[in-house]
Design a protein around this ligand. Structure first.
Ligand code: GLN
Ligand code: ZN
Length: 762
């Protein structure tokens, strides 16, 4: 009665981000397609080898992607947006859809990239499929079949993975008015029939079809469509229907009526669904239990999992499959690449490669292998010990969290009173100008940082270099005549990593990269223990910057929710508890900044919307503690200290009440790309405090003209009273160069001055 073991997918980026570097070389024209494809083939072989050597029953194929797996599906289905179709599609077609095509490159009209958006509640982003009424689907792109063949040739027992037809449709959007993309389903299903027929011919017995949308609160027409869809694509290949990121109990009765051969559920995200699923599982189905968390970095408690699954094994026998909860795409590749980690921390963690071994070991234990059972027990010891370790659960941190009272989350005066105090202290003109925090991270800064990290630059030398960058930024801002200055964030590599490195309770890694989108990867820090601020973090920098100018210097912090969302959280305490610990640490920083003479403090929360849970019914509870933790961080500010916050990535409409509930004195937001459309939400809601709608899209190299900015401010002024309006770019400027930054900011300041003048004239 051997237990089948598998994973839903393996990271495609390579141990040292080989795919990223190869892609970028190819895009720069430094290597050709043959060479790029070699890198991909090598990575796939490596990944399958890891799975085989560890002893998984299947090697997963079809999880590799040149840019994004949803985009691969688009190509597979012959569904390239019309503007990108020139002749037979090849790898360049795929890259064009993902990255856009400039005019010069093709000698014809440029063509915009498809939109990109977040993959459920992860930090991975996919390319949004575009649907029009007359779309057709035709299997033309051979990648999947070639890769299945590659795996077979290399002697692997291959299980291909496909994004399911309903999730593919659902995750896309109509690009034409007056039609519903669900009406395309019949045509789409013919393509899926063709895909499955081809896979059958290749000798595939099981295919994994991902339908993650089943974990959402799915609208009825979509749910209704599943039954027929899976009847239509029924073939001789067995189908494992995979769901992840949340429970499927809402629609379980429908799911178990589908014409498939097995179901995968995510027991890391929603462990409570197991019993219900077991009760309804059809007698001939396999159940793949996703117990090894594919999207976090923690070692599984295999001893506990073993105990929990024993009765399930007794009930299901061979029909029990053991798996990762979701694709390992969302976890770093290999813990063995981190020699600098201390042994204790290492014993708490598992990256993708280690997770593969966990799945195998658990499977063996469930098969009654005594050795494996004993190994599971040993493996779990460090996590058991961690539960009562006082350097993880710090009494002093817990005492502070327990002492949080409602007063912590309240400024000492309401906005109207604060605004009056602030006006007196800050003496800002109408339409004050400012920036969002970072200034260009020049090559010089980056070279100095790596030299410092490599030990080639002493602490004193590095500090001196940073001070020079700060002084330079201040001088340039004064020359531009901006009203509220920033120090420029030269000391930060990344707005979250910087705080993670300077707060106790975090562990950073050297190669813990995870794909974010295309060739872009992020390296989230890991929350390993209770979080504490052991000493001030930003105060010296801000104080130094303030000492160089008589204008107001804005302090710059990353908010608790954003730090939480962009790191790997602990699983032994709640997200809310982590956010509270962060909030208290940042609150101390606010106190100290204020003490040091900083009158304006910005607490960035660009990720607040991303943290929303998948199911709408869970939204409010999240928003409540997210808002509360921001307010705790800001709560120590005196009435005359002005608290700013900043958010990007639009779509605030659905959370506008919570944005207002942050009660920041000023919010700066990204609106320039939508031509101030976004302000509608703030207008309709009657947003009470001050707003700086971004008047300059920092993501584009174009320099906005003064007239353009004047026009945007006037548009904004129709919605927000002038006295509450700020003028600023829509995000930080770290990715831009100094010349373009200065040119754009000069126009921004000129626009504000022109408007002030015209207002005093009337
Ligand atoms: N203060 C940060 C910066 O300017 C904000 C970045 C962000 O919103 N993502 O870089
Ligand atoms: Zn931003």
């Amino acid at each position: 009665m051997t237990t089948t073991t598998h994973i839903l997918g393996y990271p495609r980026i390579g141990e040292k981000r080989e795919l990223k570097f190869a892609q970028e070389k190819y895009w720069r024209g430094e290597i050709d397609q043959t060479e790029l494809k070699k890198v991909g083939a090598h990575l796939r072989q490596q990944n399958w080898q890891v799975q085989k050597e560890a002893g998984l029953s299947y090697a997963t194929a079809g999880d590799f992607a040149w840019y994004d797996h949803v985009l691969t599906t688009t190509l597979l289905l012959g569904h390239v947006p019309k503007r990108h179709r020139h002749g037979f599609p090849d790898l360049d077609t795929l890259f064009r859809v993902g990255r856009g095509q400039s005019q010069s490159a093709c000698g014809c009209h440029g063509a915009a990239a498809s939109d990109m958006t977040k993959w459920f509640n992860t930090n991975y982003h996919y390319i949004v499929p575009e649907f029009s009424r007359d779309d057709t689907f035709e299997v033309s792109w051979p990648q999947l079949f070639e890769e299945v063949n590659e795996a077979i040739q290399a002697g692997h027992n291959v299980k291909p993975v496909l994004l399911g037809p309903l999730s593919y449709l659902y995750l896309g959007k109509e690009v034409e008015e007056g039609f519903e993309r669900l009406t395309l389903l019949p045509r789409l299903l013919s393509a899926y029939q063709a895909i499955l027929a081809k896979l059958a011919k290749q000798g595939v017995t099981w295919v994994q079809i991902d339908e993650p949308i089943l974990a959402l609160e799915l609208e009825k027409p979509w749910l209704d469509a599943f039954k027929l869809a899976y009847q239509v694509i029924r073939s001789e290949v067995k189908v494992l229907l995979t769901t992840y990121f949340d429970a499927v109990t809402d629609c379980l009765e429908r799911v178990v009526a589908l014409d498939v051969d097995g179901l995968h559920i995510d027991l890391a995200a929603a462990p409570e669904q197991l019993d219900e699923v077991l009760a309804l599982l059809p007698a001939h189905w396999v159940l793949s239990v996703g117990v090894v968390n594919g999207r976090n970095v923690w070692r599984s408690d295999l001893a506990a999992q073993y105990q929990r699954l024993l009765p399930v094994k007794a009930q299901l026998g061979e029909r029990l499959w053991v798996a990762s909860s979701c694709s390992l795409l969302h976890s770093p590749v290999d813990l063995d690449l981190e020699p600098a980690l201390n042994e204790e921390v290492r014993s708490w963690l598992a990256f993708a490669k280690q997770k593969v071994s966990e799945v195998v070991l658990l499977g063996r234990a469930l098969d009654g292998n005594e050795d494996a059972i004993a190994q599971c027990a040993v493996y779990s010891q460090p996590i058991q010990a961690r539960k009562s370790a006082s350097h993880v659960h710090k009494p002093q941190v817990q005492a502070r969290v327990n002492a949080i009272s409602p007063a912590f989350a309240k400024r000492s005066a309401p906005y109207a009173q604060r605004a009056a105090h602030q006006a007196e202290v800050l003496k800002l003109p109408l339409l004050p100008t400012t920036t969002i925090g970072s200034f260009p991270q020049t090559a010089e800064i980056r070279v100095q940082r790596s030299a410092y990290r490599a030990g080639q630059l002493s602490q004193a030398e590095y500090t001196q270099a940073l001070k020079e960058h700060i002084a330079d930024a201040v001088k340039r801002q004064e020359a531009l005549d901006l009203d509220v200055l920033v120090h420029g964030e030269a000391e930060r590599n990344d707005m979250v990593e910087y705080f993670a490195e300077n707060l106790a309770g975090f562990q950073t890694t050297q190669f813990g990269w995870v794909q974010s989108y295309g060739s872009r990867c992020v390296k989230p820090a890991i929350v390993v223990a209770d979080i504490e601020r052991e000493q001030p973090i930003t105060v010296e920098w801000s104080k130094y910057a303030q000492s160089l100018t008589s204008k107001q210097m804005k302090g710059m912090l990353t908010g608790p929710v954003t730090i939480l969302c962009w790191t790997f959280p602990r699983e032994d305490i709640s997200r809310k508890a982590i956010a509270q610990q962060l909030a208290l640490a940042l609150r101390d920083e606010v106190t100290d900044l204020q003490q040091a003479g900083i009158n304006i403090i910005q607490i960035d929360e660009p990720a607040i919307r991303e943290g929303l849970p998948l199911k709408k019914r869970d939204h409010q509870a999240y928003l409540d503690w997210a808002v509360e933790s921001f307010r705790i961080a800001a709560g120590s500010a005196k009435p005359e200290t002005q608290i700013h916050t900043h958010m990007c990535y639009s779509e605030f409409n659905e959370i506008i009440e919570s944005v207002a509930a942050l009660d920041a004195d000023v919010i700066t937001i990204e609106t320039s790309r939508s031509n101030m459309e976004l302000l509608k939400a703030f207008e309709e809601f009657n947003y009470p405090n001050e707003i700086g709608p971004g008047v300059y899209d920092i993501h584009s190299p174009n320099i906005p003209t003064e007239e353009w900015i004047v026009d945007l401010i006037q548009k904004a002024a129709q919605k927000i009273p002038l006295e509450r309006l700020w003028v600023n770019p829509d995000c930080g400027l770290k990715t831009r160069s100094w010349p373009e930054t200065e040119a754009a900011l000069a126009n921004l300041v000129a626009a504000a001055k022109t408007l002030r003048k015209s207002l005093t004239e009337v």
